[in-house]
Design a protein around this ligand. Structure first.
Ligand code: G6P
Length: 619
């Protein structure tokens, strides 16, 4: 949801900023812009509608020199996506330029106030209000930029990560955050001086330095060419920056020979999940070790209820987690859409544990939901992929997925990473609470260890999905059905298809079909049924018969060797046998591939589907 990049140092800023924008394009891509101060002290702003590549074309032949700059790729909230509303925004005098990620909730009243004081606006955005407000503070208080930012932000309600350039001070860069992420990279120039990078996440920074500082909420930072970095809070109290070493490498941010990040990430799943369980699942000792549980054992022993808050795909993995934790640990688990939970006065009891599941760790609704739970005294556990993310830092403890950066907007390896992490969590709690017989616990540990290999088998034995998918290029609707652990897989399969091919799809618990969706079934309707040998096999077979007798086309996900469902289906994807509770991690793979190849056959941009953003940092 908007990406910010910044640089100040000895190098030319433009190539760093453009490369950074490409890396952040997954966060939003409806318009982009860049602002630089050249060696003559000219502050320029270039903006264009569309992708970063359109911005690159639009600056051909223009002066893009300068060793300080800020840039932005936008996912529109206030104001339609066009060049005027794109960031950076100038202040009225054109002495300041500013980029922003977030939402200023009181921008209308601030704008009215500024207009009363004679300021005029060019765009419809909340961001322009911010830059004008900073300029207004500089003028009315006769103060420097840093102080003006502090004063301005005290008047702002909402979320922001901002970076600002000042024409009359070309040797300094100012930034601040609250609610939206911002990272400062600290590098060294060839002459041995410090240089600074800014990024909404680490991806635009890692190529240059692995030393970063995660800015905290309500902190403002100033960096200059002498290598000075000062951070204070809004009340001007000096903060001590914590330098963190990033664990990320550049290869993880490249497509590595695949045509799209999504396909790469689908194929990466076996390796990613092996990394996720490494050191946590011990097949020799038949043990599960999660430090988040070991260190807070008492909380889990006395916990009477778990609430999981999440959005999108993470909500689907949370649902699988609920089924598993309830079965393994005998603790009631509620799964909540974070956006609903945060606004409905939920009952949160003292011994509740609230788990946030979020790939990015930045989803605004999930963050707000756990903040609410924290106010009620709940113990917070984060399951995030992005290290150092806001949710990871706001929770008391947690478990990182360690599946590597996920760039494709449609989540794939993070989903299976979340499911396996929730399974580890369930086993770790069950071990403490002694809710599973030893024999079953050992069987589950052994079986979970084999899941990455079985995922690899699934990928290698469903290679013709690309040809099969072409049959659905012109299809208008799909239904996905599953029961038990595979109901959330049906939801996830349908979501994947919607997100990247724009075909309408609905996921349903198979038995609920007779209460509505069955009316939609005719010879035009493909129905994807997840029908593994375990779970409610007989029941799902009769659901398939109900669809067949209404001439629906059956696409099934079946266990290797199951000829019965295979013969009833128009087409089948095969997965290896596993425990019922672990089937989702295998069954979702052909559904990810199906959505990918249907989208390709429709000529869609699978990595950057329309209207979507990977990290939803606004509510
Ligand atoms: C967006 C993304 C989804 C993701 C959801 C929740 O909608 O496009 O892929 O599942 O946000 O994101 P989170 O980072 O909290 O898992």
């Amino acid at each position: 949801m908007c990406g910010i990049v910044g640089y100040i140092g000895d190098q030319e800023a433009y190539p760093i900023l453009i490369k950074g924008l490409h890396r952040l394009e997954y966060r939003g891509y409806d318009s982009a812009g860049i602002s630089l101060i050249n060696n003559q002290g000219t502050l320029s702003v270039y903006k264009s509608k569309g992708k970063v590549s359109a911005l690159e074309k639009s600056v051909e032949g223009k002066d893009i020199s300068g060793t300080i700059g800020i840039a932005h790729t936008r996912w529109a909230t206030h104001g339609e996506p066009n060049a005027t509303n794109a960031h950076p925004h100038f202040s009225q005098s054109k002495n300041l330029s500013l980029v922003h990620n977030g939402i200023i909730e009181n921008y209308k009243s601030l704008r009215a106030e500024l207009e009363k004081n004679g300021m005029t606006f060019c765009s419809e955005t909340d961001t322009e209000v911010l830059v004008q407000l900073v300029e207004y503070m500089m003028n009315s208080h006769r103060c420097d930029l840093y102080t003006a930012v502090q004063l301005a932000l005290k008047n702002v309600v909402g979320a922001y990560a901002i970076a600002i350039l000042e024409k009359s001070h070309p040797d300094q860069l100012v930034c601040a955050r609250k609610g939206s992420p911002l990272i400062i990279g600290v590098g060294t120039t060839p002459s041995g001086r410090k240089e600074f990078y800014l990024g909404s996440d680490a991806t635009p920074i890692i190529e240059y330095t692995n030393q970063v500082i995660y800015l905290n909420d309500e902190e403002i930072a100033i960096m200059d060419r002498t290598g000075r970095l000062d951070i204070t809070n809004l009340s001007n109290v000096k903060q001590t920056p914590q330098l963190v070493t990033l664990q990320m490498n550049l290869d993880q941010l490249e497509k590595g020979g695949y045509p799209h990040f999504m396909l790469k990430e689908i194929w990466e799943q076996p390796a990613a999940l092996r990394t996720c369980i490494r050191g946590r699942l011990n097949v020799v000792d038949k043990d599960v070790l999660l430090s988040g549980i070991i260190d807070h054992k008492d909380k889990f022993l006395k916990c009477r209820r778990i609430i999981i808050c999440a959005c999108g795909t993470s909500w689907h993995s949370a649902l699988i987690g609920k089924y598993f934790i309830e079965e393994a640990c005998k603790i009631p688990v509620e799964v909540e859409y974070a956006s609903e939970f945060r606004y409905r006065n939920p009952v949160i009891l003292p011994d509740d544990i609230v788990i946030a599941v979020s790939q990015s760790g930045e989803t605004a609704d999930t963050l707000a939901a756990i903040q609410l739970a924290k106010e009620h005294g709940a113990f917070l556990y984060g399951i995030c992929n992005v290290i150092g993310s806001s949710i990871a830092r706001a929770t008391h403890t947690g478990t990182y997925l360690h599946v590597g950066p996920e760039i494709g907007v449609a989540s794939t390896k993070a989903f299976t990473g979340q499911v396996i992490t929730l399974c580890l969590l369930g086993l770790a709690i069950a071990k403490e609470k002694k809710t599973l017989p030893d024999e079953l616990f050992h069987i589950l540990v052994d079986e979970l260890q084999q899941i990455p290999d079985k995922m690899q088998w699934t990928l290698e034995n469903n290679k013709d999905i690309d040809k099969f998918a072409q049959m659905f290029t012109y299809c208008k609707n799909f239904i996905y059905l599953g029961r038990g652990y595979n109901y959330p897989v049906a939801l996830e399969g349908a979501l994947k298809l919607k997100e990247i091919s724009y075909i309408h799809a609905e996921g349903y618990p198979a038995a609920e079909m007779k209460h509505g969706p069955i009316a939609l079934i005719d010879e035009e309707m493909p129905v994807v049924v997840i029908a593994p040998k375990h779970g409610m096999y007989e029941k799902i077979v009769s659901n398939i018969q109900e669809i067949k007798s209404r001439k629906g086309k059956i696409i099934s996900v079946v266990t290797q060797g199951d000829e019965v469902v295979r013969n009833m289906s128009d087409y089948s994807f095969i997965i290896p046998d596993t425990r019922d509770c672990f089937v989702p991690m295998l069954a979702v793979i052909p559904l990810q591939l199906l959505s990918y190849y249907v989208a390709i056959s429709k000529g869609r941009n699978v990595d950057q589907p329309r209207n979507l953003a990977k990290s939803v940092t606004v509510e």
